[in-house]
Design a protein. Sequence first.
Length: 185
Amino acid sequence: MAEKTRIINCPACGAKNASNARRCGSCGAGIEELKPIVDEQRERERRYQQEGFSLMWAAIALGVQSVLTAALIVALPQAVAALDFEGYAGMTLTIPVWFVGGTLVGLISPGKTFVEPVVAALIVAMPTVFYLYSGFFGLLGPGQTVRTMPLFMYIIMALIGVMFTLVGSYVGERIQMGPAPEPAN
């Protein structure tokens, strides 16, 4: 019985050839055993990709974002009477606060953690919007009194803050990783 020869495709034209052929019978291109090629460009691009989601770093990011938000949006106006982060001013202040929180988590976390601070900011954004909009039913915080905004504007500004958290976490990761390696010529 005749032994079956393995068939390989030509890398240039795709024609089928015997595995022991040195050149393609169709186009004449050289056929060699295809080996996985390590592409340096692909490795450099992969350097900036997150490979998983860490619940531990999401919890740490939630703690960082919660403490920063509570300290600057809730506690600071209560400690300093001249500050009033109500309405637009409060939501405008959350954007750099969450950016700084994302940057801090990006700096201290090992590996690549872009998503964890964003999830934390999204979780912190909900009570922050509720606090600044209604003051938790008048029981905690003033809510809106003079500087009023519609609810959808609070939501839009919270989402802008979440987006800036992503930018901040990317900046923190880039600072942590150092300069990009030089491409090999």
